[in-house]
Design a protein around this ligand. Structure first.
Ligand code: LMR
Ligand code: MG
Ligand code: MG
Length: 253
């Protein structure tokens, strides 16, 4: 099978992507500040949409293959692609918010998982923290300038068997579209993958569970849940490889 070509970016283009990344970060920061027991996922979605539009951007998720909202909000055993709606958050819920903004045609894509108030148990806190560390270890692996599949090896090493790594969902190239080549796996494979070189921009996004790696999609054709009902977490940043190092484009200023 022919591989889709990777769109390598110039430093100028990466600068434009930073604007989209910062707006994505600002939207997610506002959602984080609004997170509390009693708020609905629809209200959180509105917070993100307002920040993105207020900053002169467009929410990239809205209308994407018909998707009806500006964020994905995935609670507890929902891994990704939870649709914001009537669901009201409660103390101890594990909430993943994924969001993307387009500015002047360039995309940002980022996600975090937070616990509402106090964690229900130690395991939930570990789920969130280990997944976050796995994302950063995956990002750091880009700086070795080796091959892209080293990212998945780094994610797997960071998780160290403590969590399930969700099968079938990956990170991706990003730029003038939210999803581009190459795929970025979250686990180790034999194949080495493309060379990591300046101009590569990818979304690194491990998705982990307190149980197994299998998921199902609900009848709404979006919501991805763990098959075993275990709670899940998802962290994501858009990262550019530059001559001089890495630039996490969706990290707040
Ligand atoms: C992603 O991180 O790629 C999401 O924001 C969108 C998707 O389809 O998963
Ligand atoms: Mg995302
Ligand atoms: Mg993504």
């Amino acid at each position: 099978m022919a591989r889709e070509r990777i769109e390598f970016k110039t430093p100028e283009q990466i600068g434009l992507m930073r604007t989209a990344g910062l707006l994505t970060a600002a939207a997610l920061e506002s959602v984080r500040a609004a997170l509390r027991p009693g708020i609905s996922t629809r209200e959180l979605d509105a917070v993100a949409a307002e920040v993105i539009r207020g900053g002169g951007g467009t929410p990239s998720f809205l209308g994407y293959h018909g998707y009806p909202a500006s964020t994905c909000i995935s609670v507890n055993h929902v891994v990704v692609h939870g649709i914001p709606g009537e669901q009201v958050l409660a103390e101890g819920d594990v909430v993943s918010v994924d969001c993307g903004a387009i500015v002047e045609g360039w995309h940002g894509d980022s996600a975090w998982t937070e616990i509402v108030g106090e964690p229900r148990d130690e395991g939930d806190a570990e789920l969130v923290e280990v997944t976050r560390q796995a994302m950063w270890r995956g990002i750091a692996a880009l700086d070795g300038r080796g091959r892209l599949n080293e990212v998945g090896g780094a994610v797997e090493d960071a998780v160290a068997g403590r969590l399930g790594i969700v099968d079938g969902y990956t990170g991706h190239g990003i730029g003038t579209a939210m999803h581009q080549a190459p795929e970025v796996l979250n686990y180790r494979v034999r194949e080495r993958g493309p060379r990591i070189k300046p101009g590569l921009v990818v979304a690194i996004e491990p998705m982990c569970t307190r149980g197994g790696d299998e998921t199902d999609v609900l009848d709404d054709e979006w919501t991805v849940v763990t098959t075993d009902g275990a709670r899940a977490a998802h962290w994501e940043h858009t990262v550019a490889v530059l001559d001089e190092g890495l630039w996490v484009l969706t990290a707040p200023d």
